[in-house]
Design a protein around this ligand. Sequence first.
Ligand code: GUN
Length: 283
Amino acid sequence: MSATVISGKELAKKKREELTHEVEGLKGKGVTPGLAVILIGEDPASQSYVRSKQKSCKEIGVHSELYELPESTTQEELLERIDALNKAEHIHGILVQLPLPDQISEDAVIEAIDPNKDVDGFHPSNIGKMMIGQETFLPCTPFGIVEMIKSKEIEIEGKHVVVVGRSNIVGKPVGQLLLNENATVTYCHSRTKNMKEMTRSADILVVAVGRAHFLDADAIKEGAVVIDVGVNRNDEGKLVGDVVYDNAKEVASYITPVPGGVGPMTITMLLHNTVESAKRIVK
Ligand code: GUN
């Protein structure tokens, strides 16, 4: 059996068309959604992500502003910039690209962003709301993953979800969102002893470790849904996921590709959150 591919690229295209109409509607009411992106330093991967975010904003008519600050930026300078953006009426979303240089506390920066403009969904108050099932900005990658699963009408309720990876950005929140959908959730991480035994019991397997080809088909149950969050360069410089795609697709029922899977949905949900934030102003 060869798995059905869940194309994030196609789903993102559809959702971005819907968002374009919503942006037009908002502009008709005198509000242009605005996103401010702050990039510190010159990490090539971060630069590339930020460029994609800017380009995607432009495509759907969202105003975006990029603040490129040097690697030597102090925490105080960054907090001052965030404070100004918190107060800026034309800005509805603020995103500080992570990771940050060592001299800046990630926690302090995330907490400084107005939770009402936290379109990344990383602020402790928004994470707390997500945990107790209240409406709020949801972290973009986990939000995109849930949308991808739902787009294929795959049942989540009662299913065993295994999440490999426990980052604050992906692993932890994706497990929580799927728990909110009534799944039974197991987290695996670097200290997990019997990883393969765990992953082989998953109906829905989410892999977010950031290591090329971390799991092969022998770690996947026949008919499982496989969501691959990894974006890694292999020895030939090609983008590959955390899962060995060609082998896994012979075992899985559904699978997300890399590239063209989770990645495009992450940016789409960022656009969604920014538009939602602007809509709150109009209401
Ligand atoms: N770095 C890697 N992923 C993300 C993300 O989703 N948001 C931000 N702000 N930084 C990131």
